[in-house]
Design a protein around this ligand. Structure first.
Ligand SMILES: C[S@@+](CC[C@H](N)C(=O)[O-])C[C@H]1O[C@@H](n2cnc3c(N)ncnc32)[C@H](O)[C@@H]1O
Length: 273
């Protein structure tokens, strides 16, 4: 079915409600892209005008529920095991290991975990280092569809496009029948929940963490959204806690309260102790 027409004024109000509710930012140059993403969902919900669809999202009592369905059409759940591996190596060896050696229990939050490859990788690396029993891992995303797949624990071959630790794949991901399925020891170390990163209360409700991973999601937000999110994450960090963002997502221009440090060749953001 062809996309529904999207005029500049309707683009302005639709992109504004999306940004207000879930943070994703669409520039005017992405007007056609947004029309292509929204139209199938709007048509499925029974609309042949994107202005009417906007009014439904904004004012109808069922609009909140429809926004959740639209969210699934908009988010990019792309991820894979061992992504940006150097950061995860530093997380285990230089952040978690010293805390566990000091007798601490460590809490880690994978804050936009998509289909789960990121927290599963962290759990496998911790298990390999003998640290997993001393660590709690929380993983969250806004996408119910992605979380359902994460909880299911089954993956396709593309999730293994980069494998710096093949023995971990053998030990924790191959189920003997040639399928990629997370080993129960790893799966049970991760608690999944749905959290919108724009929701102050939901973020605060997760408690305080020694490590937060918020990788490859800031690129979808405009600067002001990132600035507010980083302060929200800073409040969720324990003193001396560490935030990892994606390698292409420097926070330096935001003047954050976190201190940027180089550890083992990667940049991390630490809450001063
Ligand atoms: C590209 S994936 C990144 C996955 C993983 N962190 C990685 O680096 O491979 C981006 C994820 O951010 C999630 N996301 C987008 N907006 C969000 C929001 N407002 N709150 C929570 N998650 C969000 C998407 O659903 C998607 O799963």
């Amino acid at each position: 079915m062809p996309s529904l027409p999207l005029s500049p004024p309707v683009f302005a109000i639709l992109s504004a409600i999306i940004e207000e509710r879930i943070g994703l930012h669409y520039a005017l140059a992405e007007q056609d892209l947004l029309a292509d993403k929204i139209s199938p969902r709007a048509q499925e919900a029974g609309f042949d005008s994107l202005l009417d669809y906007y009014y439904f999202l904004r004012y109808d009592p069922r609009g909140r529920e429809e926004m959740e369905a639209l969210t699934e059409a908009l988010v990019v759940n792309e991820t894979y095991f061992f992504r940006e591996f150097d950061q995860l190596r530093v997380l285990v060896d230089e952040v978690v290991a010293p805390k566990v050696a000091a007798g601490r229990r460590v809490r880690i939050w994978s804050a936009a975990c998509a289909t789960g490859e990121e927290p599963v990788t962290v759990a496998m690396l911790l298990a390999d280092a003998g640290l997993l029993p001393q660590v709690d891992i929380v993983a969250s995303d806004i996408s119910q569809r992605a979380l359902a797949r994460a909880k299911d624990g089954m993956f396709g071959r593309r999730a293994l496009r980069n494998v710096p630790k093949p023995h971990l794949v053998e030990r924790y991901l191959m189920d003997g029948a040639g399928e990629i399925r997370v080993h129960p020891d790893i799966a049970q170390a991760i608690r999944y929940s749905r959290v919108n990163l724009l929701d102050d209360q939901a973020v605060a409700g997760l408690g305080v963490f020694d490590v937060i991973l918020c990788r490859n999601v800031l690129i979808y937000f405009r600067d002001e959204t990132v600035r507010r999110l980083v302060e929200r994450l800073a409040r969720a960090l324990a003193p001396d806690g560490t935030l990892f963002v994606g390698v292409s997502e420097s926070l330096l221009r935001f003047g954050t309260s976190l201190v940027c440090e180089e550890k083992g060749g990667v940049f991390v953001y630490r809450r001063a102790g």
